[in-house]
Design a protein around this ligand. Structure first.
Ligand code: FES
Ligand SMILES: [Fe+2]
Length: 449
């Protein structure tokens, strides 16, 4: 069979940007993505707070490869294939746990948390020295940036810091929201949707949809948050609610956000969606909120403080988003099935009311029964069904094309509703998937196949 060119699926022209709907539905493309994207590039595998103690482990995936992340006796965080080198049984079957020694549930071979084979029952039945080749299979590269642990199955991959590039500044800004402390991930909310993994990658930095898809949720939240803010403001002399989060939710609900915010696109497919306002309420009083803001200013200085305080979704290619009070990662299960893990960001360095309030907002917005996440999942399901219909001209991602400006790092910057992040995603996808590696391909007939 002739090799497929990714450029057959992404048309990146001067005046058009189109993507074939087959990228969401074709099982062969999905198989290629697992090999050429997930097994070639850095993928988030854990936050260091998920394995805080020696022997703690987390089971996860890189693409469809089962992985276990474990903190060993020397405090190193290691990652191995979650597969026994004897006959392939899964070693750690729970999502989290603590094993001083990892014992395979099939024939009880045991392994140190550093991966070394410790004991083989009735070892004398094997030839001498047999054990030397029977250690856990390591993930070739594991690196940590800002508490985020990434693994890569490609030993030749560029350093993690290089892969993250200038997006690191916004990881730093996200971590700075812990106000001098460190985030701890809460237990994740998990849900799946009947759609392709890339739908979530596009959506988490899509500023064109929230005021439409989430209008009911924003209306409800605006009402609840503003009622609390008004009652507080009424008690405080000269109190105003205009700059508080409730008003911002109300602005979104009224679709009155056109001039706010921006989108950014970095090298390697990373991007941001920034609404330019403080979107988090955590249902705390203005005083509690102000203490946090003042602390951020004190630690980070006036220049950086707005980048820490104001709302942002930071997308790290291919399947991670760092949000105001949530970390979200999503995992391709099948071409039309994705599992999303949404973790509340807990933080002991801030006022308990703010910490608890953030936790509650994570639950009420991004859990499977939250006010926001199911709206998006419903759209993903509908796009997945519709994508089975071959749309000859492809799906359009040209909003704001050609009007981008350069940001402080040289990144592309567009309006909040522009499809700048989505184009960055698809360009990176096409580069990773392009056997002919022609990034600037433009189709003369404008048809994405
Ligand atoms: S498969 Fe693990 S000990 Fe046999
Ligand atoms: Fe959404």
């Amino acid at each position: 069979m002739a090799k497929m060119s990714a450029n057959d699926y992404v048309v990146d022209g001067d005046n058009q940007f189109r993507v074939s709907p087959r990228v969401y539905t074709d099982g062969r493309i999905f198989v290629d993505e697992m090999r050429d994207i997930f097994e070639r590039t850095w993928v988030f595998i854990a936050h260091e707070s998920e394995v805080p103690k020696r022997g703690d482990f987390k089971s996860t995936f890189i693409g469809q490869r089962p992985i276990v992340v474990v903190r060993d006796k020397t405090e190193n965080i290691n990652a191995f294939f979650n597969i026994c080198p004897h006959r392939g049984a899964a070693l750690c079957r729970e999502q989290y746990g603590n094993y001083p020694v990892i014992v395979c549930p099939y024939h009880a071979w045991s392994f140190k948390t550093s991966g070394e084979c410790l004991k083989i029952p009735d070892e004398g039945r094997y030839p001498a020295g047999f054990r030397e080749g029977m250690h856990l299979i390591p993930v070739p590269r594991v690196e940590n940036y800002g508490g985020l642990i990434f693994g890569c199955l490609n030993a030749e991959v560029e350093a993690l810091e290089s892969f993250l590039g200038d997006a690191r500044y916004y990881i730093d800004a996200w971590n700075a929201r812990a106000a001098g402390g460190k985030f701890k991930l809460g237990y994740p909310n998990k849900y799946s949707y009947a759609g392709n993994w890339k739908l979530q990658s596009e959506n988490v930095v899509d500023g064109y949809h929230p005021q439409v898809v989430h209008s009911a949720a924003f209306n409800a939240m605006a009402g609840a948050i503003m009622a609390k803010e008004k009652s507080e403001a009424g008690q405080a002399e000269g109190g105003s609610v205009e700059a508080r989060p409730g008003a911002h939710y109300a602005a979104w609900a009224k679709k009155d956000v056109g001039s706010l915010g921006l989108t950014r696109a970095f090298r390697n497919g990373h991007s941001t969606l920034e609404s330019g306002i403080m979107f988090e309420s955590a249902r705390v009083s203005a005083e509690v909120s102000q203490v946090w803001i003042d602390r951020i200013r004190e630690i980070n200085g006036e220049d950086m403080a707005p980048d820490v305080i104001l709302n942002r979704h930071l997308f790290i290619f291919p399947n991670l988003a760092l949000m105001d009070f949530v970390l979200r990662a999503w995992y391709p299960v099948a071409v039309d099935r994705t599992e999303t893990y949404s973790y509340a960001l807990r933080n002991e360095a801030i006022d308990e009311a703010l910490d608890v309030g953030r936790h509650l907002e994570a639950q009420t917005q991004y859990s499977p029964s939250g006010a926001v996440a199911p709206d998006d999942a419903d759209i993903f399901n509908s796009v997945q069904s519709a994508a089975m219909t071959d749309i000859p001209q492809g799906l359009d991602f040209s909003r704001g094309l050609g009007t981008e400006s350069a940001g402080r790092f040289g990144e592309l910057v567009g309006a909040i509703s522009d499809e700048v992040p989505q184009r960055a995603f698809w360009r990176e996808w096409a580069t990773k998937m392009a056997y002919k590696a022609d990034r600037t391909h433009s189709s003369s007939d404008g048809e994405a196949r």
